[in-house]
Design a protein around this ligand. Structure first.
Ligand code: FES
Length: 159
């Protein structure tokens, strides 16, 4: 059974969040992990889910929203199957991250943060990924891509 309780969370999500909570006395300690669990199942965290998670963790929705806002890998709007985070910090910017972003957006016909029409991709900025000596850099899903050239954009998108 995978019923919906806590006004929007599935039993699977609740079980996984409860399993995380069992390791801590303070339920709020699992705030980020709880949001990540929801996101793993749904790709993003809706307002309804955020309220339900807050209820489960016995914290206010505003407190949990602050956590979600601070942690930029929690998506509060629908995203594509693959999220491309391009680094827009200084080393990558100096070595062409704007051109990479423009090329990605043009190929997918999207603005930053939008989902492509086929539901496959969303492009978002991210701060330094710690690989500045290989700038420009991006995370394509879970994969770190280094030294991205304009040609590599076609390859990243499988085109
Ligand atoms: S500035 Fe892009 S990885 Fe550091």
């Amino acid at each position: 059974m995978n019923g919906q309780i806590f006004e929007g969370l599935s039993l699977t999500e609740i079980r996984e969040i409860n399993a995380e909570m069992s390791h801590y006395e303070d339920k709020t300690a699992v705030s980020i992990e709880a949001l990540r669990i929801v996101q793993k199942h749904r790709r993003w965290v809706s307002d309804q889910c955020l309220v339900a998670v807050a209820e489960l963790l016995e914290m206010s929705p505003a407190q949990l929203e602050a956590v979600a806002t601070f942690y930029n890998l929690i998506y509060r709007q629908p995203v594509g199957k693959t999220v491309i985070h391009y680094c827009n910090s200084v080393s990558c910017w100096m070595l062409g991250s704007d051109q990479v972003r423009e090329r990605l957006c043009r190929h997918l016909n999207v603005e930053l943060g939008e989902m492509s029409a086929d539901g496959e991709y969303t492009i978002l900025p991210i701060v330094c990924l710690g690989a500045c000596d290989h700038a420009p850099v991006a995370m394509v899903g879970d994969e770190l891509r280094l030294d991205i050239t304009e040609d590599a954009v076609n390859e990243i998108l499988g085109r």
